[in-house]
Structures are given as C-alpha cells and as structure tokens.
Ligand binder design. Structure first.
Ligand SMILES: [Zn+2]
Length: 72
C-alpha cells in the first residue's frame, strides 16, 4: 500500500525540478519569485527574498543578488 503516502522530500524534489526546468518561478522556501542566473558551472536559481541559491553541481557560484531592501 504505497498509495496515499506522499513523502515531503518527493514533493520538494518535484518543486526543485520544476524550478530548474523553468516551469515554476516560485521559491520553494518563501514562495517569492526567483531569478535564473547563468553561472560559471551552469544554471543557478537564486531567490532575492530569502537569498536561497539552487545551483547545479557541488559548487555554489558567486552571485550578486539584488537586495530588495536596497531598492525599496
Ligand atoms: Zn525565497
């Protein structure tokens, strides 16, 4: 009986996949819009609100995140 059980990890994984593929633009942490940034190691997704960074590979790229606090 595996029906009816939806592990949280799977849901989060699906959200991340949707993010990477550009299907979703909502931050899985705070639901704000994320930015897609081309880093040195590929695509990186950054959230200017909670400053989460989702990047391919094992190295977190240096990304200058725009600060919402500075603009508003
Ligand atoms: Zn966020």
């Amino acid at each position: 009986m595996t029906q009816g059980v939806t592990p949280l990890a799977r849901t989060l994984d699906q959200e991340l996949i949707a993010l990477v593929r550009g299907v979703s633009l909502a931050c899985p942490v705070c639901s704000e819009f994320v930015l897609h940034v081309r880093g040195a190691h590929g695509l990186a997704i950054a959230c200017p609100e909670c400053r989460s960074i989702l990047a391919e590979g094992h190295e977190v790229p240096e990304i200058a995140l725009p600060s919402i606090a500075d603009t508003g």
